[in-house]
Design a protein around this ligand. Sequence first.
Ligand SMILES: CCCCCCCCCC/C=C\CCCCCCC/C=C/C(=O)SCCNC(=O)CCNC(=O)[C@H](O)C(C)(C)COP(=O)(O)OP(=O)(O)OC[C@H]1O[C@@H](n2cnc3c(N)ncnc32)[C@H](O)[C@@H]1OP(=O)(O)O
Ligand SMILES: Cc1cc2nc3c(=O)[nH]c(=O)nc-3n(C[C@H](O)[C@H](O)[C@H](O)COP(=O)(O)OP(=O)(O)OC[C@H]3O[C@@H](n4cnc5c(N)ncnc54)[C@H](O)[C@@H]3O)c2cc1C
Length: 659
Amino acid sequence: MTKEIYENPDLKKERQNCPFNKEEITNFLDGGKEKTTERRQLETYILSDEQLKDAVPMEYLSHADKYAEELRKSCLLMHKLADSPAGQVQTLRALMGAGLGSAILKEGNPIALHYVMFIPALMGQGTVEQQAKWLEKAYNLNIIGTYAQTELGHGTFLRGLETKATYDPVTKEFVLESPSLTAYKWWPGSLGKTANYAVVMAQLYTKGKCEGIHPFMVQLRDEETHEPLPGILVGEIGPKLGMNTNDNGYLGFDKVRIPREQLLMKHSQVLEDGTYVKPTNSKLSYGTMVFVRVVVCQDVTVNLRKAVTIATRYSCVRRQSELKPGDREPQVMDYQAQQHKLLPPLAATFGFQLAADHLWNLYNTANNSMEQGDMELLPDLHGLSCALKALCSSEAANFVETCRQSCGGHGYMSCSNFPRIYGQVTAAITYEGENTVLWLQVARYLVKTRKEKSGGLSVKYLIDEEKGPRTVDTTPEGIVKLYRRVAVGLVDIAIAELENNSRKGYAPHDAWNHAAVHLIKAAQAHARLFVVESFVDSLKGSRLSAPVRAILSQLCELFIIYWILDRSGDFFLCANLKKEDLLQLNSKYVQLLAAIRPQAVNIVDSFDLRDEILGSPLGCWDGNVYQRLFDEAAKSPLNQKNVHESFHKYLKPLLKSNL
Ligand SMILES: CCCCCCCCCC/C=C\CCCCCCC/C=C/C(=O)SCCNC(=O)CCNC(=O)[C@H](O)C(C)(C)COP(=O)(O)OP(=O)(O)OC[C@H]1O[C@@H](n2cnc3c(N)ncnc32)[C@H](O)[C@@H]1OP(=O)(O)O
Ligand SMILES: Cc1cc2nc3c(=O)[nH]c(=O)nc-3n(C[C@H](O)[C@H](O)[C@H](O)COP(=O)(O)OP(=O)(O)OC[C@H]3O[C@@H](n4cnc5c(N)ncnc54)[C@H](O)[C@@H]3O)c2cc1C
C-alpha cells in the first residue's frame, strides 16, 4: 500500500495549473539539464547518510560541543568525497556554500577556509614548485590551512597591517613577529582550533626596507599532536552573531623563523641575498580576496533563495485577518503588502544570479589572461567584484530580514532558519572587504574612467555618451537606459562635488572624504545598472520556452521597476523622470505584483531546494507548518520534564518567601 503524502491544501491549490514547466527554470538556474541531474544525485548521496543527521538541534549545544559536532560531520563529508557521484570540485563547491553544505553544517563548515581561501591562495600566489610542495598535501587534507590577514587593529587598511616578516640573509629565513597587541591576527576562519597551516599576510622587510604586504606559508601546529609550534600564539575569538562553527581565531608570532622559500613567490620574490624582485602589479597579492568576492555573490544569492522560499510557502499556508468582511481569513500572500515584501526579493534572486554568472565569466577570462602576463582586465575585475559583492550582500541581507518579518512571530524562531541565514548573509557585508570601503573602491574606478575616458567593459557607458533624445521609455530596454543615465549622472554629481571641494581649498584626500556620500551613491547606481542589464540581456539571449520566458520577464520587469520606485529621486535628478512616468511605473508595478502572485509558489518550487537545505518548518514542501513547529518545540530540553529542577532551586523559594 502506498503511503499518502500530506500536502497542505492551500499549497496544493497553488501548485495546480502551473502555466510553465518548473523543471525548465530549475535547469536554467543550474546551468543545464545534466547539471540538475548531477546536483540531485549529489544531494541524495549526501543527505541519505544517517551519520550526517543531527541528534538534537544545534541551538541546544554548548559553543564547544557545536564546534566538535560540526567538525565530526565536516570530516565525514570529506571521507565521502572520493565516492561522490559529482566531480570533486563540484562536490566541494556544493559542500562549502549555502546550498547542500548548509543542510549538514548549519552554522558554517570548520574547514571552509581551507578550500575557499587557503588552496586558492596557494594556487594564485605560489610558484609551480611551491604548489608542487603543498597543493597535493592540501588537496589530500594532510594539512589544513586558513588565510590570516586581518589583525585586531586593522582589517580594511591593508597597508596598516603590523605583522612583520623580516628577511635574514645569514640564515636565509624570514622572522615573523607581532610587534603589538593590535598586530595579532584576528578573525581568520578555521584558525581557532582547526587549521595547522596558514597563508599569513605580513609586511615584508628586506635590506632594511618595507616592501608592503606579502603572503607567507606558515605552519602553526604540530602535524601529529596539533600543539601550537614554539612562538605561535593561537586561539579562538569566541561566539559571534552567526557562523559559529567557523572557529574564527587569533594568532600572534614571537620571532618565528620560516625558510625563505615560504614566501609565496609567484608574483614577487626575495632572492637569497635579500634582493627584492617586484611584481608586475602591486595588487596581485590581493588576488585571493578577489576570488572570494566573486564566489560570495553566488553564495548570498543561494541564501536569499532559501529565505524567499521559506517565506513564500509559509505566506500561502498562513491565513490571518479579514480581507473581505465575513469571508474566510485569506492567505497572507493575498495581501498586496505581503506581495510587495516577497516578490521583489524573489525576482532579485534571478537578477543577482545572472549578474554573478557574468562576473564569474569575467573572473575566468581575466585570470587566464593574467596567467599569460596580461593585466588589462584586472581593474575591471576588481571594480566589478567589489560592486557586486557589496550590492548582492547588502540587498540580500535586507531582503532576508524582510522575509523574516513577513513570517510574523514564527519567523523569529531559531528553527525558522532565518537567524542562521541572516547571520551568514550579513557577515558577507563585512568580510572580504567591508561594503562601504568597497563602494569607495568602485567610485574611484568610476571617477577615473569618467575623467580619463578610459576603462574596462563594465564602465564603457561612462565613456560613450548616449546619443538621441532623452525621452523616458518604460519598456525593459528603455528602463535600462534610465539606469544608465542615473549611473552617469551620479558619477558626474560626485565629480562636481570633488571639484567643488577642491575649489574650497580641500586637499585631494579631504575633497574625496567630503564627497563620500555622493561617491557611494554613484557606485551603487553602477552596480544596480550591471544587475539590471544582466537580467534584461540574459533573458533576451536565452533559449527559453514562451511560458518560462513570460514569467521570468514579468519578474525582471517587476524588479527593475522596484528599484526605480525605491530610489525615484535619483531618476528625477538624472534620468528626466516625470511625475506621470513615476505614476505609470507605480501602476505597472502593482499590476505585476498581482500577475506574479498566483505563480509565487511554483517559482520557488522551481528553485528545487530540498527541505533539508531549507531547514525550516515554515518552508517545507508539504506546508505542514503547525505540526512541524510543535515537533520542533518538543525537542527543547526544557520540555523533557514537566517541572524543571530550577523550579525547586529558585522559583519555589521565591514563591514561598512572602516578599
Ligand atoms: C578546491 C577548490 C574548491 C573551491 C571551493 C570554492 C567554494 C566556494 C563556494 C563557497 C562560497 C562562499 C563561502 C563563504 C565563505 C566565507 C568565508 C569568508 C572568509 C572571509 C575572509 C576575509 O574577510 S579575508 C580578509 C579580507 N580583507 C579585505 O577584503 C580587506 C579590504 N581592503 C582592501 O581590499 C584594500 O585595502 C583596499 C581595496 C581597501 C585598498 O587597498 P590599498 O592597498 O590601500 O590600495 P590603495 O593604495 O587604495 O590603491 C588602490 C589601487 O589599487 C587598486 N586595487 C585595490 N585592491 C585591488 C585588488 N584587489 N585588485 C586589483 N586592484 C586593486 C585600486 O583600484 C587602486 O587602483 P588605482 O589605479 O590606483 O586607482
Ligand atoms: C564572519 C567573518 C569572517 C572573517 N573571516 C576572515 C578571514 O578568514 N581572514 C581574514 O583575514 N579576515 C577575516 N575577517 C575579517 C574581515 O575581512 C574584516 O572584518 C573586514 O575586512 C573589515 O575590516 P575591519 O573589521 O577592520 O573593519 P573597519 O575597517 O575597522 O571598519 C569599521 C568602520 O569603519 C569604516 N571605514 C573603514 N575604513 C574606511 C574608509 N577608508 N572610508 C570610509 N569608511 C571606512 C567601515 O566602513 C566601517 O563602518 C572576517 C570577518 C568576519 C565578520
